[in-house]
Every structure is written in structure tokens, then in C-alpha cells.
Write a protein that binds this ligand. Structure first.
Ligand code: MLT
Ligand code: MN
Ligand code: ZN
Length: 306
């Protein structure tokens, strides 16, 4: 399978429109060794196919499609390589791009869990609005670990795992989590036998999560914050990483420590990186620490073949 990183940044992107933190100001001014990034999304297709699956629909989707011409193969008057959309949660940065896909003549094939379907029908009724355009053809993502497939994308199997993270701020269960608010997905290519574990929002590594990570050839996991109090320290917000469902990378029990426990062969990648995170700066000591641990920082337009 071929995995394309469409967007490697967390909500707000990098630089964020209204932010003048050292990272955002530095990347704008060109004084920081860092690449701008759009909001978190990946595209996966089998090796022998143009068509694939879009994971999350970021508000930057139109820019991402323009930046990745393979997503628009141009086989017919109206065309797309997006055979279906799989949602990892109902967060604004992962779902509002659905509005941008409305000019279709057939309903958009969409996979999401029941709580995400409810949030996108009631709290933030994207799907009801889309009903006035192309509409969606929704399939429920099972949470019992059984495999599902996306029609038009042969040879890839998907398995979801409920995660401890957070429902979106607009959700009635933001503070009363239910299984399926956030999921991780293992994608297995039946031809190569390789597996990706993808979890852009991950608040805690429970045993089943670590098991899924350890049985993958590549993990692409939550890279939002370096420290728990990153935004507090900058005076940007009172919210800690953990309080909004993101496990920080540094320190005891942090993501880097967990990644260090994976088998040596596992490729380790961070995605959904907040604009405040020092790892965005290629010259930072935090990036050095990741490099020493063989942890990569995803970039837009990066391709991974598994
Ligand atoms: C998150 O990942 O915590 C959210 O996407 C934050 C947001 O809505 O911007
Ligand atoms: Mn997010
Ligand atoms: Zn910033």
C-alpha cells in the first residue's frame, strides 16, 4: 500500500492563522528550519490502484487535493481517487472538509462509528447539511475488532480500536466519553502483508493499543504536543494536552517512551502536530531527541510504501 500524508498538522495548521508563537512567527518569516503543514489527514491506496481511502476530511482538503495530483486522476469529466472517507473522530479539523466534497453526483461513501455519526448529525450537523447536496452513504465502523473493507479499494482490510481521547468540544459527551468517540485503525495490505496503525488523536496507551502498535510495521500516532503544559506555558490556553485527549511526547509515560518499547523493525511516525510543538523546528533539541529514538515527524506530501 501507498500512504500519502496529506496534512501533518493538528487543528489550526502550521502556521496557524492568528498565532505568533515562536514556531508560527518563525516559519512565516523563514527564520526557522520548518515546513508549513496543513491539517491532519492521510490517503491510502493499494499499490495497483489509483483509488484509495481518505482518512479524515480536513478543512484544508481542497489545497491537499491540489498538492497531490494523484487524488484527481482525470479519467472522466468529473473524477476523484477518493473511493471512500473513513473518520477517526468527529473533530472540526477532521470532518469539516466533508463540506468541500459536496459537488458529487452520487452520495459520498462514509465510514464512521455511531457516536461520530450522532455528533455529525446533531451537535455539528455536517451530514444533515450534506443531505442537501450529494448526501452520504454511511457505513458503521465496528468496534469489536472485526475487519471491514471499503468498496472500490480491494486488498486493504481495516480494523478499528476504540481509544481514550476526547469527543469534540461541541459534543454532548465531551466530558462523558463513549467507546467510538475516537478510534485508531490498523490497515493491512493483503498483498504485502504489511500493517499500518494510524491514531492521530490518542490520549492513553492502553494494553490493546500497545498490542496493535506492536503488531504493525509502521505506526503513525498522535504528535500534538511535546509537553502536557505546552499551551499553558506559552500563555495561549489553560488546557493541558491530556485534558483535551492528547498524550504528550516527552517525560515518563509519554509517547516517546512508549514508542521505544516497540520492536526494532517498527517505523515510528508522529502526525497531527500542533503549531506550538518544538519538534516542528528541525534544529530543536526536542527534534534531536526524536531522531536519536528513530521517531519521524510527518510532513505534508510525504509518501510511505508498506
Ligand atoms: C483536537 O485534536 O484536540 C481538536 O481537533 C482541537 C480542535 O478542535 O482544534
Ligand atoms: Mn485535532
Ligand atoms: Zn503557533
Amino acid at each position: 500500500m501507498r500512504i500519502t500524508v496529506l496534512g501533518a498538522a493538528a487543528g489550526g495548521g502550521f502556521p496557524q492563522w492568528n498565532c505568533n508563537c515562536a514556531n508560527c512567527a518563525g516559519v512565516r518569516a523563514g527564520t526557522l528550519r520548518a515546513e508549513p503543514r496543513t491539517q491532519s489527514s492521510i490517503f491510502i491506496r493499494p499499490d495497483n490502484s489509483d483509488d484509495g481511502v481518505l482518512f479524515n476530511a480536513s478543512p484544508d482538503i481542497l489545497e491537499q487535493i491540489r498538492a497531490n495530483p494523484a487524488l484527481q486522476p482525470g479519467r472522466t469529466l468529473r473524477d476523484t481517487a477518493i473511493a471512500g472517507v473513513v473518520l477517526m473522530d468527529g473533530q472540526v479539523d477532521h470532518t469539516t472538509g466533508l463540506f468541500m466534497l459536496r459537488e458529487r453526483d452520487a452520495p459520498l461513501p462514509l465510514w464512521c462509528t455511531d457516536p461520530v455519526f450522532e455528533d455529525l448529525s446533531l451537535g455539528n450537523p455536517v451530514l444533515r447539511v450534506l443531505g442537501h447536496f450529494c448526501g452520504v452513504q454511511r457505513t458503521r465502523i465496528p468496534l469489536d475488532g472485526s475487519a471491514f473493507e471499503v468498496s472500490g479499494v480491494a486488498g486493504l482490510q481495516f480494523r478499528a480500536l476504540p481509544l481514550q481521547s476526547k469527543a469534540p468540544p461541541y459534543s454532548p459527551h465531551r466530558e462523558q466519553p463513549v467507546a467510538g468517540d475516537n478510534i485508531g485503525i490498523s490497515v493491512t495490505d493483503s498483498r504485502s502483508g504489511k500493517t499500518l496503525f494510524y491514531a492521530p488523536g490518542l490520549g492513553a496507551i492502553e494494553p490493546a493499543v500497545f498490542e496493535a502498535m506492536a503488531s504493525a510495521d509502521c505506526v503513525m500516532v498522535d504528535g500534538t504536543f511535546w509537553t502536557d503544559d505546552e499551551m499553558v506555558g506559552l500563555g495561549i490556553s489553560a488546557k493541558t494536552a491530556r485534558s483535551i485527549g492528547h498524550l504528550p511526547q516527552s517525560g515518563p509515560g509519554g509517547m516517546v517512551e512508549w514508542l521505544g518499547k516497540l520492536p526494532a523493525r517498527t517505523r515510528r511516525m508522529l502526525i497531527h502536530i500542533n503549531n506550538t510543538n518544538p519538534i516542528l523546528d528541525a534544529d530543536s533539541s526536542q527534534r534531536d531527541a526524536l531522531t536519536r529514538e528513530r521517531v519521524e515527524v510527518c510532513e505534508d506530501r510525504q509518501e510511505i510504501v508498506l
